[in-house]
Structure formats: C-alpha cells, structure tokens
Design a protein around this ligand. Structure first.
Ligand SMILES: *Cc1c(COP(=O)(O)O)cnc(C)c1O
Length: 426
C-alpha cells in the first residue's frame, strides 16, 4: 500500500501506523519516557544523530511519531514535529530559522495569541515582525522585505476576520524575498486545504482544534514540505557546523528534511514543549474522523450562515463560502470542499445585544475554544482578543460587535432553532 497515493479521507484513517503481523491494529499508547538499549556505542550514535531511534521522550516517542507521520502524510510533507500546543508550534516555526537581529513579515489578521507572540514575546527576543494587511497588493507587501527578513507568515483562514489567504500573492512575496512561506492551517485542516500545493514551505497547526476535534487535548504540530532551499545563503544555521552536535551541518546530513530535523534536535532538545504520548494518542484518534467531521462542519456552517443572513436581528454575516463574501472567489479556489466551521456575525443593537444572545443559548455554549464537534460562540473583543488595543483589534479585522460562532456537527435544525430563540432575546 502506498499511503501517499490514497485520498486524504483514507489517509486520515490509515496513515501513520502500519502494524506488522500479529501486532495491535490500533496504535498503542507508549507511555514511557525512556528506551532500553544493549550497547553503549549504539546510544552514543543516537546522541550524535548518526542513527535514528527513540532515546528520550522529550525528543521523540512512538505514539507521538504516529501522529507526526499521519499529519505529515495528510499535508504532503517530509516530516513533522508534534508540540505541546499550537502556540509552541508557531513559535518553533519562526525561531527554527530566525534569531536576534532577524525580521519576518506576518499578515495582520492572525489568531490573537499569535499576534501577542509576534508583537511582544518574539520582539523581546530580538526578532522583529512587520504586519501587513493581507489585502495589500504584492508591490506594497514587497516594500516590507528587508535584508534580514527570514519568513512570511499567514493563516489559511484568518482569525476572526475569516479572510481566505491569497496563496498566489503571498507565495510570490516569499519567492521574491527568498524566504519560506509559513502557513497556520488550523482553521482549514489538510482535509480542506493543503498549503504545500499552493506554494507554502512550512505548515503549523493547533491540533487542539479540528484535528483533535473533541476538545480533549491541547497540542500543535509543525510540518515541513521539504521543498525550501535552506542553502540559498540566507540561513547559515543550516549550512554551517552546529557545535552542539560535533559540527554537524543540517543541509548536508538531512537534505530535504533539514528544517524539521533541526526543529526536533535543537528546539525540542533545548526548550521542550513536547506533546505527551497520551495527548498524541487522543489527537490521533480524533484525526481518524477528520474528513467526515469537516464535511459536516462545512455543511452546517454554510446553512447557519445563510439562516443568519436572513434573520431580522442580524446586522451582518461573514462566512467565506457565502457568495456575497469578499473572500468568496479565494474560498472557491483554495477551499473547494468547504470553508470550515467558523462563522462571524454581528447582532443589531451592538455589544449588549450580542451578550444577550450568547446568554440565552441552550444548545450552543459559551466557551473559549473553536473547532470541536460542539457548537460554541464567543465575543472576541471582550475575550480572546481583549489584550489587543482597539486599534490592533480593527487591524486584525475585529469589530466590537463581532460574535464568533464555531459551528459543530449537531443536527442543523436544532442549531438553527437554538440561534433563532436566542436572537429573539437580543
Ligand atoms: C488556537 C490557535 C492557535 C494556538 O493554539 P493552542 O493549541 O491554543 O496553543 C494558533 N493558531 C490558530 C489559528 C488557532 O486557532
């Protein structure tokens, strides 16, 4: 069986774990920090990265490896590293290639946690980020490129403004700057969009959301396409000896897997942020049903968006697959199977009316989460994005009356009836 030749829906179920005769059909949880070896020289070779193998679960673990292999196959990559959260995957994606004195460019419509990481914490580490409006022209974007620019960062579907990324434009920007395009593909998942097919070089996910899909486990993953040329002169860490591994040179030793191997053997080694085997096991279990869940999320979200559009208490609705949406063309191009499960809308009467709606829901609930099988709402301006200034909220595409709906996979009529009765309390 060549897993790469199968459809993504089959890969969700079959990829990552290939048991031999008599072995368990379901990937087991290897809840062990350590691995036994018989020969002292063999362990030395593991430390020197001369041979592959598990040595300590901060660096790798067989259960985490199942999830890593599955997501790598789903994205069409050469390898992946699971992390303890989406935030650590995003951080790793940057600090694997940028350090003090470096710069990168990010779209301005990112997840609130990522905005804080880029604006505050990475800045304190000496890594500077320029934010660009994703609707700006390529020429405008090019003006932000500097000699020390090391990456371009965007989200497939922006959060919470729900703009679909123009991959063609930003991949041209990355090519122009000779740097990798890093995509946070959390909202779309590899079932709806595979960014490597549209010019991305690195993909990150918060697996906490749709990939787990059941709201059981915080986690993240970093995936390498293997396509970027790290020996282009801009990334000396990949072409000069690493003294912490006896002078190993990543591009020479690991070829197209240089980026993902470096992330594992330096960032997981030195910083940690490792996913636990139990979380990897639960996340992999969730990922098995990703394809069927995403179809239902998309179908329910489109139906709810259309219902909201016609509701007298609703002032506006934002869902990329609505024909009236500014992202409709991009959504057709990059998300042909559906535009995922997140819908944003405003209630007539502003913030207080919106709170009345949230407080009167019976099926949908108020939780700070998205992308699991239950329907949730929240009010980003007073919750997930409250640490941003009002100006930055507007820049992130966030209006004060915006309610973010994460549409689950419940029966659509129950969801519509619930929203309808709650809207009547607005
Ligand atoms: C939630 C989220 C993150 C952060 O992931 P955690 O698993 O919560 O750390 C990053 N990017 C996007 C788009 C997200 O939705």
């Amino acid at each position: 069986m060549n897993i790469k030749s199968l459809d993504v829906a089959t890969q969700c179920i079959q990829a990552g774990f290939y048991p031999e005769n008599g072995e368990p059909r379901v990937a087991p949880i290897i809840q062990s920090t350590t691995y036994k070896y018989n020969d002292a020289d063999e362990v030395g070779k593991l430390f020197d990265l001369e041979v592959a193998g598990h040595m300590y679960s901060r660096l790798s673990n067989p259960t985490c490896a199942v999830l890593e292999e599955k997501i790598s196959v789903l994205e069409g990559g050469v390898g992946a590293v699971a992390t303890s959260s989406g935030q650590s995957a995003v951080m790793f994606s940057i600090i694997n290639i940028a350090s003090v004195g470096d710069h990168f460019i990010a779209m301005s419509n990112l997840y609130g946690g990522t905005l804080n990481l880029f604006k505050v914490t990475l800045k304190k580490m000496g890594i500077d980020c320029s934010f660009v409006n994703p609707d700006a022209s390529l020429e405008e974007m090019k003006q932000h490129v500097k000699p020390n620019t090391k990456a371009i960062f965007g989200e497939t579907i922006g959060n919470p403004s729900l703009g679909v990324l123009d991959f063609e434009k930003v991949s041209k920007l990355a090519k122009y700057a000779s740097v990798p395009l890093i995509i946070d593909n959390t909202f779309a998942t590899p079932y709806l969009c595979r960014p490597f097919e549209h010019g991305a070089d690195i993909v990150v996910h918060s697996t906490t959301k749709y990939i787990d899909g059941h709201a059981t486990s915080v986690g993240g993953i970093l995936v390498d396409s293997g396509k970027f040329n790290w020996a282009n002169g801009k990334f000396p860490d990949f072409t000069t000896p690493d003294n912490s591994y006896h002078g190993l040179v990543y591009c020479d030793a690991f070829k197209e897997s240089a980026y993902i191997t470096k992330a594992r053997v330096t960032l997981l080694r030195d910083i940690g942020c490792t996913m636990s085997p139990f979380n990897a096991w639960l996340t992999n279990l969730g990922a098995e049903t990703l394809a069927v869940r995403m179809d239902r999320h998309c179908e329910n979200a489109l139906a709810l968006a259309k219902f909201l559009q016609n509701h007298p208490k609703v002032s506006w609705v934002n869902y990329p697959a609505l024909e009236t949406n500014p992202s409709y063309e991009l959504s057709k191009k990059y998300l042909p199977k559906g535009a995922s499960g997140i819908v944003a809308f405003g209630v007539k009467g502003g913030v207080q009316a919106g709170k009345n709606v949230i407080n009167n829901l019976k099926v949908a609930s108020l939780v700070v989460h998205l992308g699991d099988l239950r329907t949730h709402l929240l009010h980003p301006a007073s919750m997930t994005h409250r640490q941003l200034s009002e100006e930055d909220q507007i820049l992130a595409g966030l209006s004060p009356d915006l309610i973010r709906l994460s549409v689950g996979i419940e029966n659509i009529n129950d969801l519509i009836n619930d929203l309808d009765q709650a809207l009547n309390h607005a």
